[in-house]
Design a protein around this ligand. Structure first.
Ligand code: A2P
Length: 339
């Protein structure tokens, strides 16, 4: 397989390199692309140094293109990549809602990836993390309503988000006024209930992505979902409080047992031993931590849970590579089909 990363110098690009190093993909060649500003930069990969190139106009000579340079680049360039015969696994939101583009979390709906027409979309990070925990419960008990509140790290806004928090914290601790460019307000010691643009219905686009994408991945347009998405001053890993109303009642013990045997999940749920999901423990972990599982006090037979997942991994780079690995396992990852 010849693989290309577009956006190799970004926060997700960096993780793609690390995940590919330990991937089961049969990698013959890895090409790295970013903006012209990064051309010539060398990045380490598997004991070698690979040179970053400016993303070309038109097709790229690779079997699989992992795109994470943002929605506008994907929208502009992916059609030419597909026309050139490459499979595009896209991290942006550019194609997620198109009916003929599968939106895939392999543990949940891997088979959807087999029906791609050149582009497979990787979900929004908050959604990917939530569905890893919610899908097994949905299959077993039928989720009727789902209410999500998020605690999202600054790296969700890319490398610039990380830098703005670190620099702002230094400025604030030195008695100065931190600046806000990436975020709507200074991020240090703050909590901002505003991620992505506000929509006509009063929700943000980030919140609506959770609604639209969870329904698409679970294949259930009747699901009632609402979300409040909040940025917090952490560097990495998104956490989410999730309330579920279920068709068939589940006890916390049943849910814990089910999730213990679910792919991509680590049950971390022993409050007496202070064991619960946190960015501190979930960061750089492939599995999503799930804990604080308890009976809902609002919905009879429903559940409350708390999840923490490394959004640069399961919410982005890891999931993208897992999609390619899934296709490889199914014998559905072929070389370029046309020139
Ligand atoms: P560069 O580092 O050269 O700007 P992040 O999400 O962390 O902000 O990363 C965005 C990624 O998208 C980076 O790798 C960035 O490269 C890349 N990128 C930004 N603009 C372009 C462009 N016009 N063409 C290709 N890649 C781009």
């Amino acid at each position: 397989m010849r693989v290309a990363i577009v956006g190799a110098t970004g926060a997700v690009g960096h993780e793609l390199l690390r995940v590919l190093e330990s991937s089961t993909l049969k990698l013959d060649e890895l090409q790295l692309y970013a903006s012209p500003r990064s051309a010539g930069l060398k990045l380490p990969f598997a004991g070698q140094e690979l040179t970053v190139r400016a993303t070309p106009e038109g097709a790229i000579d690779a079997d699989v293109i992992l795109a994470s340079a943002g929605g506008s680049i994907s929208k502009e360039k992916a059609p030419a990549w597909v026309a050139g015969g490459s499979l595009v696994i896209d991290n942006s939101s550019a194609f997620r809602y198109e009916p003929d583009v599968p939106l895939v979390v392999p543990e949940v709906n891997g088979d959807a990836a087999l029906r791609h027409k050149g582009i497979i979309a990787n979900p929004n990070c908050t959604t990917a993390i939530a569905v890893v925990a919610v899908a097994p419960l949905h299959r077993a008990y039928g989720v009727r309503r789902m209410i999500v509140s998020t605690y999202q790290a600054t790296s969700g806004a890319g490398q610039k988000g990380i830098e703005e928090l670190l620099e702002g914290t230094r400025v604030e601790l030195a008695g100065g006024q931190p600046e806000a460019e990436v975020f709507a307000y200074p991020m240090p010691f703050n909590v901002i209930p505003h991620i992505d643009a506000f929509q006509d219905n009063g929700y943000t686009k980030e919140e609506m992505k959770v609604v639209w994408e969870t329904r698409k991945i679970l294949g259930d347009e009747s699901l009632s979902i609402s979300c409040t998405a909040v940025r917090i001053p952490t560097l990495r890993t998104h956490s989410e409080a999730i309330t579920l109303e279920l068709e068939r009642p589940a006890t916390p013990e049943e849910a814990r047992e089910l999730l213990r045997h679910s792919a991509g999940v680590e049950v971390r749920d022993d409050p007496a031993a202070r064991l619960y999901p946190m960015p501190l423990t979930a960061t750089r972990k492939y599995d999503v931590e799930v804990g604080r599982i308890r009976a809902s006090l609002v919905f009879d037979g429903g559940l409350e849970l708390f999840v923490a997942g490394d959004q640069l991994l399961k919410g982005a780079a890891l999931n993208a590579v897992q999609i390619a690995e899934y296709l490889q396992e199914k014998g559905a990852l072929r070389g370029r089909v046309s020139g």
